[in-house]
Design a protein around this ligand. Structure first.
Ligand SMILES: *Cc1c(COP(=O)(O)O)cnc(C)c1O
Length: 395
């Protein structure tokens, strides 16, 4: 155990689940069984009283309680997230589990991912949960209430000060949940800044290949961990067996994927930002083309606030948003691109662009969200440039 604790996240991603290696295979096997044999020795049969407390990482009974692939996935994530990780079928299932655990009277929440608001309205229907804006006065929160902070936020990729919201919540005896989907481990550790629960849509960077749905909660509290597992057994919102295996395979490369995508993104943003801010560009120049099509860029890398460099010391994440000079341009840009695929979601190895109006009715219709993947960044730049030229020329 000791060497692993002192090792780096890249190493932990490969070895934090070593103790769960039940076979000699180097590559983790795919366990599909939903049920597991009890001991053949009658003397070893102990009737179950508390399946969550009795689970030791090997004594599987039924896959709605615990299952081998998901348990390996959680073991790696517990190390990387620096808290006990509990995996769910989707990110929104994880958020629902968090609200079920804390059962607040009020939740203070910003715009962010539209689906999270759907979860809140389901819970409101059940419990009368009241929704407050993110910037509500601290006095409107009471003990047991929740601030749900998404940072960086979907779809803009801009960031919020976790420590400030932790202080606000804790000054009232409320809890802070951070949806850190846009900044996986390596980019941001919300616990360091006071988060009580960390939530991820694992469908994004944990999976990383646009082929699995998954959600994760992490907490440093053992009582919350036990309750989350018990609730998950009861509600059945578990990660599927195949997804648990895909997740484990994907975490192995998460650090390099996220680093590279984040670097690619920073380079593209800086190229666009410089073009947008060039004064009096010559007619027909790259800068003039950018200015004809692009109106504004949103991303944490353009915020320049002192706390942000501490909160995100290794880069600001691969997702950013652009506002174009017209709605027609925003609608047409994706069809002019060859490398960026026009699709929702983010966090995969493939670069994606989305005219966000397609999936979020509340958002500016001139807005496109870009999730940068692992293609060579100059190829991505050239793809964007030729598409801008096509749009600006057609005007
Ligand atoms: C995608 C996403 C979710 C929802 O995750 P699913 O896995 O699709 O349920 C929640 N929060 C953020 C910030 C997301 O990007």
């Amino acid at each position: 155990m000791a060497p692993l604790e002192n090792s780096h996240p890249a190493t932990q991603a490969l070895h934090a689940d070593d103790r769960l290696n039940l076979v000699t295979d180097v590559a983790p096997p795919i366990h599909l069984s939903t049920t597991f044999r009890y001991s053949h020795d009658p003397n070893e049969l102990v009737p179950s009283e508390d399946p969550v407390a009795e689970f030791d990482g090997t004594n599987y009974v039924y896959a709605r309680e615990f299952a081998p692939n998901a348990t390996r996935f959680e073991a790696i994530l517990s190390t990387l997230l620096k808290g006990n990780a509990v995996a769910y079928a989707t990110g929104l299932a994880a958020l629902y589990a968090a609200l079920t655990l804390l059962n607040p009277r009020r939740v203070s929440v910003g715009e962010g991912y539209h689906g999270s608001h759907e979860v809140i309205s389901v819970v409101s229907r059940l419990s009368g949960l009241e929704k407050l804006p993110l910037d509500c006065p601290a006095e409107s929160l009471n003990a047991g209430d929740v601030i749900l902070l998404e940072t960086p936020i979907n779809p803009l990729g801009t960031a919020f000060n976790i420590a400030a919201y932790a202080e606000k919540a804790h000054s009232r005896g409320a809890y802070l949940i951070v949806d850190s989907t846009f900044a996986p481990p390596g980019l941001q550790d919300p616990f360091l800044w006071g988060a009580d629960l960390v939530m991820h849509s694992g469908s994004k960077y944990f999976g990383g290949h646009s082929d699995l749905l998954c959600g994760v909660l992490a907490t440093k509290r053992d009582d919350w961990t036990k309750q989350l597992f018990e609730d998950r057994v009861a509600l059945g919102n578990v990660l599927g067996n195949l997804e648990g295996w895909l997740g484990t395979r994907s975490l192995r490369t998460m650090e390099v994927r996220v680093q590279r995508a984040s670097e690619n993104s920073a380079r593209l943003i800086s190229w666009l930002h410089n073009g947008l801010n060039a004064s009096m560009p010559a007619a027909g120049s790259e800068e003039a083309t950018i200015q004809a099509v692009l109106q504004k860029i949103y991303h944490a890398s353009l915020q320049f606030e002192p706390w942000l460099k501490l909160q995100m010391p290794n880069g600001f994440g691969p997702v950013f948003a652009i506002i174009l000079t017209s709605e027609d341009f925003a609608r047409a840009l994706p069809s002019k691109l060859h490398l960026f695929q026009h699709a929702t979601s983010l966090g995969g190895v493939e670069s994606l662009i989305e005219w966000r109006a397609m999936s979020d009715s509340k958002v500016d219709r001139k807005l496109l969200r870009i999730s940068v993947g692992l293609e060579n960044w100059e190829d991505l730049k050239n793809d964007l440039l030729q598409a801008f030229v096509a749009l600006a020329g057609a005007r």
